[in-house]
Design a protein around this ligand. Structure first.
Ligand code: NAD
Ligand code: AHE
Ligand code: ZN
Ligand code: ZN
Length: 368
């Protein structure tokens, strides 16, 4: 079949809207009509050429929602008409990772996914006879896309696609980092670095679990008002402080119980670790740093009880947890609407990248 898609032909170049050829689903695969997709900072990161796994030409996009249109042989958990959210972290429920409660990083399709192909090693997309790669196992910047069955969460049919697509990455990453990765206790104190599409969801996750002090840190002063709307109790602009870590330690009464880095800046990651409390503070890295970047701190920071950890997709197991997060939204327990600042048709998708780089959007959603 044919599908309209935004293709990244080369790193650093705008996406091009073209009509691709798409092969139908093979064994264990599902054809999905994408109804809406968010544009995440990670799409921009890969497009920039900074992603060691970035390969071109490819159909980017990993924050979508849509409808199952066809299932391949052997697919048992989904049928045409089901509403789904694509998962860049699959959940096969059988591999040694899925069977270990300490991780959400199912590895069943991870190796082929990282190479931009389906589990059998081939791509379903092509353009003028040339292969076009998949991305993160999802490729939601295409009106139709093919995914493994284990990379789809089935969700309720009354949830709006243009909002729940954001649960495919940003919402789950932020809320999940609080609930599943850090398992933050009520009455805790926390510092969140970077109040964009991810950090604002960390804020609302902290509010939801009942944190008593929620400090937000951002160089963009426009983020203060939105942060407060999402539960932030104190705002700090790093540009106002020569000793940012010292200021945060003082503000939190000796260091925060938890911190979250939602930027992808290795210098900020160090500050995030060093502003948590001696003896028990935990710092969670969410931001994705460019190829070659490395984190640094004095080992004494860890010797004296601080913990450094990372979180992918908020530690969520997609097929199990994503439908529950959709329910949280539908029950009014989390706010997604205020974070979707821009909407556009696929033809204007490059504007979404511009708005993000200019700091003018939180989330842009493309509707097909
Ligand atoms: P974003 O661009 O919407 O937000 C980043 C925010 O950081 C902005 O508000 C910006 O003003 C602020 N910022 C930039 N430099 C700063 C600094 N030095 N100090 C303080 N604030 C600063 O991006 P996003 O969509 O929220 O994504 C954030 C990061 O999370 C990216 O690196 C993205 O790739 C990553 N990410 C990771 C996961 C995961 O599973 N680990 C999932 C989604 C996104
Ligand atoms: N490919 C990059 C790393 C990119 C990365 O860290 N991806 C996050 C999701 S970001 C979503 O916006 C993730 O889940 N990583 C775990 C995984 O298995 O990919 C690199 O540096 O090679
Ligand atoms: Zn993302
Ligand atoms: Zn698995």
């Amino acid at each position: 079949m044919k599908t309209r898609a935004a293709v990244a032909f080369e790193a650093g170049k705008p996406l091009e809207i073209v009509e691709l050829d798409l092969e139908g689903p093979q064994e264990g695969e599902v054809l999905v009509e994408i109804m809406a997709t968010g544009v995440c900072h990670t799409d921009a990161f890969t497009l920039s050429g900074d992603d060691p796994e970035g390969a071109f030409p490819a159909v980017l996009g990993h924050e979508g929602a849509g409808i199952v249109r066809e299932v391949g042989k052997g697919v048992t958990s989904l049928e045409p008409g089901d509403h789904v959210i694509p998962l860049y972290t699959a959940e096969c429920r059988q591999c040694e990772y899925c069977l270990n409660p300490k991780t959400n990083l199912c590895q069943k399709v991870r190796a082929t996914q990282g190479k931009g192909v389906m589990p059998n090693g081939t791509s379903r997309f092509s353009y003028k006879g040339e292969k076009i790669l998949h991305y993160m196992g999802t490729s939601t910047f295409s009106n139709f896309t093919v995914l493994p069955e284990i990379s789809l969460a089935k969700v309720r049919k009354d949830a709006p696609f243009d909002k729940i697509c954001y649960i495919g990455c940003g919402v789950t990453t932020g809320i999940g980092a609080v609930m599943f990765t850090a398992k933050v206790e009520p009455n805790s104190t926390a510092v969140v670095f970077g109040l964009g599409g991810i950090g604002l969801n960390v804020l609302q996750g902290l509010r939801l679990i009942g944190a008593r002090q929620i400090v937000g840190v951002d160089i963009n002063p426009a983020r203060e008002a939105l942060g407060k709307q999402f539960g932030m109790t104190h705002f700090v602009n790093p540009r106002d402080h020569d000793d940012l870590v010292g200021h945060l330690v003082e503000l939190t009464g000796g260091g925060a119980d938890y911190s979250f880095e939602c930027i992808g800046n290795v210098d900020v990651m160090r500050d995030a670790l060093e502003c948590v409390h001696k003896g028990w503070g935990e710092s969670v890295i969410i931001g994705v740093a460019p190829a070659g970047a490395e984190i640094q701190t004095r080992p004494f920071q860890l010797v004296t009880g601080r913990v450094w950890r990372g979180s992918a997709f908020g530690g969520a197991r997609g097929r199990t947890d994503v439908p529950k997060i959709v329910d949280m939204y539908m029950d009014g327990r989390i706010d997604i609407d205020s974070l979707i600042t821009h909407k556009m048709p696929l033809e204007d998708i490059n504007k979404a990248f511009d708005l993000m780089h200019e700091g003018k959007s939180i989330r842009s959603v493309v509707e097909f």
